[in-house]
Design a protein around this ligand. Sequence first.
Ligand code: FES
Length: 170
Amino acid sequence: MKSERSREPLWREEFSIFQADERYVSRRQLTKFLTLTSLAMFAGNFWILVKSWIRAGVSYPVRTVAQAEEIPVGGVKLFEYPGPQDQCILLRPSENSYVAYSQKCTHLSCAVFYSAQNRRLECPCHQGYFSIEDGSVLQGPPTRPLPKVILERRGAELVAIRVQESPEGR
Ligand code: FES
């Protein structure tokens, strides 16, 4: 009759670690893994919190971007807001409605343009389409709506007051 030890595989006989020590190492590795994972999750949540603080603290300039009557019904005007590098597009879909969005596609940042024929904003790079009603995605690949420029009508002037970013993950 063979002894208990002789039934073990050859590699176990040649690998001089006792089973009890093996468990100890696994437990330590698991603890290390859980600790690192917890730290990574903490860092990720902290980063999201910092981003939301930064976003909440952003103040936008109040700026006249157009005279209401300079844009014909169905027409557009391009402008920069809030900074000189931030291209936006202002539309007048009907007599008394004006809407403005960032012109930067939320997919890979190509410039969107207004298609009067299809009544939507179109991105020529990968055929992403956006609604002119609220900037939402009508056709991918973009997954997030266009940031909307909030406008106020002050007499004959259209004034941009802030940018409404899309919620994360939309
Ligand atoms: S960059 Fe606009 S759809 Fe890809």
